[in-house]
Design a protein around this ligand. Structure first.
Ligand code: GUN
Ligand code: FE
Length: 481
């Protein structure tokens, strides 16, 4: 009996040792990781400054570890040789790229997208403020946050810089919803203490206290990041802008998110409210609001010295073409931003923007550069936006604008594996037109002009496939629902 016991315990030990050995061998580790095979595109630099801004592998593989991070990317043959036992998900014929990044969007405005007839200031009073009032109700806010996050997923957007409303409940609702998908989201409570209906106003003191509590609760909680969010200069007193500056000094690694130089009437109003300032940007600068991780939406009517100032401080612009067209705000000068070296990301600005879809946003960005030719003395000085630059602005460019390039926006080894699988033949017309394309740059341009949510086949967050109402993408939702 004794001997038998000894033998049994020896046997167990041997089994455990074998299991440990198996679990720690490289071959077993590879069973845990996944390879995605597709045409793979990602950016390594800005096309404005680099001759080789992107990597493209027509038959490529992206390897994602169990930690949801990028382990390898490259030609399929080479990469798969290094991972002989890996599980392969085959997306051959599809384009796989980093998830899109929306560098400016208002989630509470999801329900008022496409509201007719007004330009910025009247649009705010007529549609926006009454809509945002409802978000003090947490249950209401949660239901809209869910719809909003679903729209991001259906459109291949995996990170966004998001406005809440003045109510802290709106921010809790959004972050809670984003956390169910482990999404990297940046958001904040609006600070607004004048020139809006009473029901939406806070005070310098309450906006400081509420923002601080939200920073402590959410900033770096999982993948969540916080943005101090004064709505725009006209709706904050100097005292409140000073409080925003104080928050940035006390919490140096949070974001600052606001609007700048969007509309001509708005700019004139700012000058009358801040008569001693030398311009719109100077108002924000004088309260210490411009630095890395400061993101200004629009910048449509910036002067040269303001572009220069943005480049010097490290603040970024969110370029929101569908919104600028929809509200008739004007034509952003992307070339000037490039000349001055200002960081720019693409934004949808829903609900003034008319689409959650990055392809559609790039479509209008292209048209805006074409339209600019009609408004300059020498049209030959305006270059139409190249597809390759547009996709950069929606991925690595936006990641850089948000100082997130070491987390998302490209397939750099160690980055978080947020990515989108795009079907370049998603519609009959796309399929027909794609036959006449040769280069990847041709294909990308056609996709940007003709593609929409139907082309978004799948969206992955930290290596995890996302579904909306049980479906993997917008396309299949429409086709099979
Ligand atoms: N300026 C101040 N608030 C807003 C807003 O909600 N949307 C846009 N587009 N511009 C703004
Ligand atoms: Fe906006």
């Amino acid at each position: 009996m004794e001997t038998y016991k000894v033998k049994l315990s020896k046997c167990y030990k041997a089994l455990i040792a074998a299991a440990v050995l198996t679990l720690t061998t490289p071959a077993f580790a590879q069973y845990q990781t996944t390879a995605y095979r597709a045409s793979i595109l990602h950016f390594v630099d800005d096309p404005a400054v680099s001759q080789t801004p992107y990597e493209y592998y027509e038959d490529g593989v992206l390897v994602v570890g169990t930690d949801g991070k990028v382990k390898a990317v490259g030609p399929a043959n080479t990469v798969l040789n290094n991972y002989p036992y890996i599980q392969v998900v085959d997306y051959s014929g599809k384009i796989l790229m980093p998830g899109f990044i929306d560098s400016h969007v208002h989630y509470p405005q999801t329900e008022m997208i496409a509201s007719f007839g007004e330009q910025l200031l009247d649009w705010l009073n007529t549609y926006t403020f009454p809509t945002e009032q409802q978000f003090s109700n947490k249950t209401y806010a949660k239901s809209v946050a869910k719809t909003f996050i679903n729209e991001l997923v259906r459109n291949g957007t995996t990170t966004a810089l998001v406005f809440g409303t003045v109510s802290p409940n709106s921010v809790d609702a959004l972050f809670e919803e984003a956390q169910t998908r482990n999404m990297r989201l940046i958001a904040g409570k609006v600070m607004m203490d004048r020139n809006a209906p009473d029901y939406l106003l806070d005070t310098p003191a309450s906006s400081y206290t509420d923002s601080k509590a939200l920073i402590q609760k959410w900033h770096k909680n999982g993948r969540a990041l916080y943005a101090v969010t004064p709505r725009f200069a006209p709706t904050s007193t100097p005292e409140q802008l000073a409080k925003a500056g104080q928050l940035l000094r006390e919490f140096p690694d949070v974001y600052m998110h606001t609007h700048l130089s969007e509309n001509k009437a708005e700019i004139a109003w700012v000058q009358s409210l801040f008569p001693s300032s030398t311009g719109y940007l100077d108002v924000y600068n004088s309260f210490g609001l411009s630095r890395n991780r400061s993101v200004y939406a629009h910048g449509v009517h910036l002067r040269d010295d303001e572009f220069q100032s943005l480049a010097q401080t490290g603040a970024a612009i969110a370029f929101c073409p569908t919104s600028n067209m929809f509200l008739g705000s004007g034509l952003f000068n992307l070339q000037k931003a490039e000349q001055y070296g200002v960081k720019v990301g693409l934004g949808t600005d829903v609900g003034a923007g008319t689409s959650f879809n990055a392809l559609q946003t790039m479509n209008e960005a292209y048209k805006m550069t074409q339209l600019r030719k009609a408004f300059v003395d020498d049209p030959s000085t305006v270059n139409p936006l190249k597809a390759i630059k547009a996709y950069y602005l929606a991925t690595l460019g936006a990641a850089r604008a948000l100082s997130l390039e070491n987390q998302v926006g490209s397939f750099k080894i160690g980055n978080e594996a947020d990515f989108v699988v795009i079907n370049p033949n998603a519609t009959d017309l796309l399929k027909f037109r794609m036959q006449k394309t040769n280069t990847i740059e041709d294909k990308l341009f056609v996709l940007q002009m003709l593609g929409d949510d139907r082309a978004i086949q799948n969206t992955y967050v930290m290596g995890k496939k996302q579904t909306v109402n049980g479906y993997g993408s917008g396309y299949y939702q429409y086709t099979y629902n």
